[in-house]
Design a protein around this ligand. Sequence first.
Ligand code: RP5
Length: 164
Amino acid sequence: MASKPLVSIIMGSANDWEIMQQAARQLQDFGVAFDARVISAHRSPDLLFDYIKEVTAQGVQCFIAGAGGAAHLAGVIAGKTTLPVLGVPIPSKYLKGMDSLLSIVQMPKGIPVATFAIGEAGAANAALCAISMLALHDDGLAKRLTAYRQQQADAIKATTLPAL
Ligand code: RP5
C-alpha cells in the first residue's frame, strides 16, 4: 500500500491469512492504510521486535494480531508497545480456537490486549475497532463508519420473515 500504514496486521503463520484477510478487507473498504505481515512470536522473535520498532517509527497507530494455539503473539506485541493491541484468536485444529481465545484473553494485569471473537468475525471486528479509534481524529472516517452502521440498521429494518 502506497501511503504510510496506520494499522499493522501481524499473524503467526501464513495459514492464518484466510481468517486475517477479513481484517485487511475491512480496512481496505474504509480506505485505511495498513501493513500485513507474517511474523511469529516464537519462530522469529527478533524479527517481531525489529518490525514493531520500524512500523511504530512510521506512524502506525495500533496493531491487530492473529494467532492460533498457544497464541502469545498479541501479548508479546503488547509487551513491546504502548499502542493499542487487538487480538484475534485463530481457529486451531484440535481445540477449535478455544486455546487461542484463552491464550489471548487471559493477559495478566498491566499489559492489556483487547480480545475479539474466534475467527472471521473477530478479524473483521478488530479492524472495525481500529477504524473507530482512528475515527476519533478523522471526521471523514467517522462519517463512513456511521454510514456503515446505518446500512446494517436499514437492513434489519427491511427484513421480513417468510410466511408460516
Ligand atoms: C501459530 O501457530 C500461528 O498463529 C498458527 O495459527 C499456528 C499454527 O501455525 P502453522 O503450523 O500452521 O504455521 O503460531
